[in-house]
Design a protein around this ligand. Sequence first.
Ligand code: CP
Ligand code: NVA
Length: 319
Amino acid sequence: MKHYLQFSDLTASDYHHLFERAAVIKHRFKSYVRYQPLADRTLAMIFEKASTRTRVSFEAGMYQMGGSVVHLTTGDSQLGRSEPIEDSAKVISRMVDLVMIRTFEQTKIERFAAHSRVPVINGLTNEFHPCQILADLFTWLEHRGCVAPASGETPPKLDPNALRGKVVAWVGDGNNMANTWLQAADILGFTVHVSTPSGYEVDAAVAGVRSNCWKVFKDPMEACRGAHLVTTDVWTSMGYEAENEARMKAFAAWCVSPEMMAVAQPDALFMHCLPAHRGEEVSAEVIDGPQSVVWDEAENRMHVQKALMEYLLLGRVSQ
Ligand code: CP
Ligand code: NVA
């Protein structure tokens, strides 16, 4: 049994498989071909923080694959009344086939997984957001690594090695998304140019990556220079709201602007996991402009997570 608690839980070969399966599964969905390998399987989704994309993508994806979902939040379950996480894991995992959790500390999801009989997926913690980066990478490949477009019943052919040697510019907070980008770079062979305000740096020990997969830049403009992909995230992540005022001041220069996009590669893409705040971490011109692929990125959460659920429950399916 495998859990997906952080991006580094899977190998490059696993990711190559997932990208290929996501392309197959997405193509079937777009062609109205029913694909229900998870009939009679149940996914429990536990949310201790708010969500739009993660909830809808997992819930719709599980139904499309023939399964069912149970939605739990802190407020409407015993999780909010201090039932030990280990006890919750033992009980919930006797009744469902798969669990997705969005919570605060990574240690919480690790404790849950240690007592779970079924695979556990990280739907975002303070430290990591692996499902989002999985969607981002797939989106990047669709736009810049497609070697043969879909035709008839054949899905598009993506070349996962297209990401090798490329540069991603991370502009903003050294947060869960940044940590996960670093893990992806280490595993898939690209480099992240990271620019954060001082005091909000990435903690390399959290990401646990080799030093050659990322470089630090004081000036966000320099981080973007020559990048193939520019990406950012909110200045204040969920759970850090008390710091909002200080962050608004500290992050003022870390807004992805048309000038930053202009020094990136001419065909650079812009990504944002959403929700976004136009005028804060990104200007409206960029997120609503021609280089932005944020809507594909959001939609792809569902397709890649369907591939992930298939993999965790059924292994390397090939048909
Ligand atoms: N990107 C993302 O995880 O969005 P939600 O918070 O809406 O789930
Ligand atoms: N870094 C953000 C991502 C939201 C999807 C947060 O943790 O709130």
